[in-house]
Design a protein around this ligand. Structure first.
Ligand code: SAM
Length: 199
């Protein structure tokens, strides 16, 4: 069987296997099935500029950079920044990875066609409001949420400025047992997407 490599041409479909990313047990990662839905909701094109707020392990950052012409990843945790840089290098993509705390760190970043916010934060309101200021007319923002409270906050914030779609998904993964395959459920995840109207 042909050995897997991280050549760009091998990853044209979203949902790169989790096992191919460099990991740190302290740094979270958006798992491959959720990531492929996130990429679908982002509707990225190759002429787009995209921003990943809270890039973590960098798995969404890498998938964005395999499509878009410019990608910026930002995280306030220095270990996450280093890990994202390592994955960016492993997959041979081009990304500006910045250590910074959102929303303050977004101020000088300009405007983007697509923005992803990959994790709940107790300052989600401030991050979403600032992110919307950095979204081009007709742009899309996608937010992942685990907590019900994060999801409802995100929906009400986005509804003021965008057409909002809410998706909730629960992934189950098959685990081999001695009798067959048992399905092990993971946490339900909300994927909230908003498209701001053309000016
Ligand atoms: C769930 S992880 C994101 C996983 C990422 N999407 C991936 O695929 O690897 C959320 C990240 O957001 C970062 N974060 C949380 N609050 C932040 C803030 N205010 N500014 C920047 N990063 C933040 C955390 O350090 C963490 O790495």
């Amino acid at each position: 069987m042909k050995e897997r490599s991280s050549q760009k041409w091998e990853f044209r479909t979203p949902g790169i296997p989790d096992s191919l990313f460099l990991r740190d047990e302290e740094i979270p990662m958006t798992k491959e099935e959720i990531r492929s839905l996130v990429m679908s909701k982002l509707r990225l094109r190759e002429d787009h500029e995209a921003l990943d707020i809270g890039c973590g392990t960098g798995s969404v950052t890498v998938e964005m950079a395999l499509i878009a012409k410019r990608v910026v990843g930002i995280d306030n945790n220095p270990k996450a920044v280093e890990l994202t840089k390592a994955n960016v290098s492993k997959f041979g993509v081009n990304v500006d990875v910045i250590q910074g705390h959102a929303p303050e760190a977004l101020k000088d970043l300009g405007k983007f066609d697509r923005i992803f916010i990959g994790g709940g934060s107790d300052i989600l309101e401030e991050i979403v409001m600032e992110a919307l200021n950095h979204l081009k007319s007709g742009g899309r923002i996608v937010i992942d949420a685990i907590l019900l409270e994060t999801a409802t906050r995100a929906v009400s914030l986005l509804s003021e400025r965008a057409e909002v779609e809410v998706t909730q998904v629960t992934i189950s993964k098959g685990m081999k047992t001695k009798n067959g395959t048992a399905m092990i459920a993971r946490n339900p995840v909300f994927i909230i997407s908003g498209e701001v109207n053309e000016a």
